[in-house]
Ligand binder design. Structure first.
Ligand SMILES: Nc1ncnc2c1ncn2[C@@H]1O[C@H](COP(=O)(O)OP(=O)(O)O)[C@@H](O)[C@H]1O
Ligand SMILES: CC(=O)N[C@@H](CCC(=O)OP(=O)(O)O)C(=O)O
Length: 294
């Protein structure tokens, strides 16, 4: 909020929150915190305080985080180059070790720590904890030649989610902070795109909202103009003509799957905006792109 806001304007903004607090009271809100959105220290503080505020007014935020750029940084330090195909990281065994170390370690604990310093009770998990995310090796079709499969190593496809650990944490007013790592039948670990985890978790938890925080104002058209709402047909067209690429591909397909599976509202928003979460959940302000089920 600008320093030029008058007390009356501030009061109006606060009053505006009441219908949203009532509507989302006791509802689950899955928040995907993208690695690209978690770069600026001040914005990280804003994010953590927003999550705590949502919890304290009676909502159940569940945080799923990414960390793609943070993994790249570590790979760089080790002299290894990160490679992505259709928005998914090619993950050999050595890269998988680094993914687990960065996501399950540093990134996860940093977010837990931030939320706790703002007065929340966050608990960090990977998909291994409480058997949360069951995975198997992803068989990825080449989008240009669908009959051809691409082997991208230890990248996982979610085959099941056991949400009991989330319900348990929720009953104790804890805020789950989840790293996108899944576990296979033989205990092997898989690297899963964080948007995919957030979308599937929102579906299984019957979430009211799924919010994907990233580093663009939302989905942009060919001319870089924000698209405030997107239907499945429009999404198909944008994929086909190449307007959507890279990390936006798994993001949009997870968002659409979640919307079609009953998550009431799915948004891709700009995590670089101060208090983007509060603006999205508690005000009339439309931010980012709303993904529609039809
Ligand atoms: N049409 C589009 N609109 C917005 N961003 C797009 C589009 N197509 C590709 N992108 C890319 O997708 C990126 C967001 O995905 P990603 O890098 O995976 O971020 P995150 O870490 O938040 O998941 C944007 O920074 C942008 O470079
Ligand atoms: C399979 C795959 O691509 N996994 C991702 C997991 C992290 C992630 O999704 O991070 P962002 O949300 O910051 O992009 C990766 O290795 O980068």
């Amino acid at each position: 909020m600008s320093n030029h806001t008058t007390p009356a304007q501030k009061a109006l903004t606060l009053a505006e929150a009441l219908p949203y607090i009532k509507r989302f009271f006791d509802k689950t809100i899955v928040i995907k915190y993208g690695g690209n959105a978690m770069t600026d220290p001040y914005l990280k503080e804003c994010f953590a305080s927003d999550v705590v505020l949502l919890k304290l007014v009676g909502m159940n935020p569940v945080v799923v985080h990414g960390g793609g750029p943070q993994i790249n940084e570590m790979l760089d330090k080790l002299g290894k180059k990160g490679e992505f195909i259709q928005g998914m990281r090619v993950t050999d065994d050595e890269t998988m070790d680094i993914v687990e170390m960065v996501l399950g370690g540093h990134v996860n604990k940093e977010i837990v720590n931030l939320i706790n310093r703002h007065g929340g009770k966050a608990v960090g998990l990977t998909g291994q904890d409480g058997n949360l995310i069951h995975a198997e090796k992803l068989l990825m079709a080449n989008k240009d030649k669908p009959e051809e499969m691409i082997d991208i190593g230890m990248v996982g496809d979610i085959v099941g989610i056991d949400p009991s650990i989330i319900s348990f944490l929720d009953s104790g007013d804890f805020i789950p902070v989840i790293a996108p790592i899944g576990v296979g039948p033989d205990g092997e670990t898989y690297n899963i795109n964080a948007d995919v985890v957030a979308g599937k978790l929102a579906e299984i938890l019957g979430a009211e909202k799924l919010i994907l925080l990233t580093n663009t104002p939302g989905v942009l058209d060919k001319n870089g103009v924000l698209l405030t709402g997107l239907t499945p047909k429009q999404i198909d067209e944008l994929v086909e003509d190449g307007t959507l690429s890279g990390g936006m591909l798994p993001k949009i397909s997870s968002a659409l799957d979640a919307a079609r599976s009953g998550v009431k509202s799915v948004h891709i928003i700009d995590g670089r905006v101060e208090h983007a979460l509060l603006l999205e959940v508690l005000t009339d302000e439309g931010v980012g792109t709303l993904i529609k089920a039809k």
